[in-house]
Design a protein around this ligand. Structure first.
Ligand SMILES: [Fe+2]
Length: 140
């Protein structure tokens, strides 16, 4: 079982690929949007149930910012979901969602990962990895 930061990074990579595919392949958009919705929500929930509670005490400000970003991402995702694909606003809503998601991922891979490596032990990171996988299975 990989440690949690590797699992989070794998999810980030998968979600980035999904955005690319949605942007560039109109034929598979419907199904990819459903996958994006499911993967993104499961990812946020799994982080909220595992990494963030463990880091809250050591890095309260960073955790608060990250969780606020989760709220914004959920809002943008809901907004994107209700715009139909033929609509002019569709690409705009997709870009807006992607901008928020990319900025948040960069923040996590930088600041949050650095805090996690600093404050959590190797065995914590592996135990959290197991918990993260279980959460994702539960919410999927
Ligand atoms: Fe996150």
């Amino acid at each position: 079982m990989p440690q949690i930061l590797e699992l989070i990074e794998d999810d980030h990579d998968l979600i980035r690929v999904l955005f690319d595919e949605i942007e560039h392949d109109p034929d598979s958009r419907d199904v990819r949007c459903i996958t994006l919705h499911r993967e993104l929500l499961a990812h946020l929930l799994a982080e909220e149930a595992t990494l963030y509670p463990r880091l809250r005490e050591a890095a309260p400000e960073e955790v608060e910012v990250a969780l606020d970003e989760h709220v914004t991402i959920r809002e943008r995702l809901e907004r994107f979901k209700v715009v139909s694909e033929g609509d002019e606003a569709w690409m705009e809503a997709l870009d807006d969602l992607r901008d928020w998601v990319e900025a948040h991922f960069a923040q996590e891979e930088g600041d949050i990962f650095a805090r996690a490596r600093h404050y959590l032990s190797r065995s914590d990171l592996f135990a959290l990895g197991e918990a993260f996988e279980k959460e994702k299975v539960t919410v999927a």
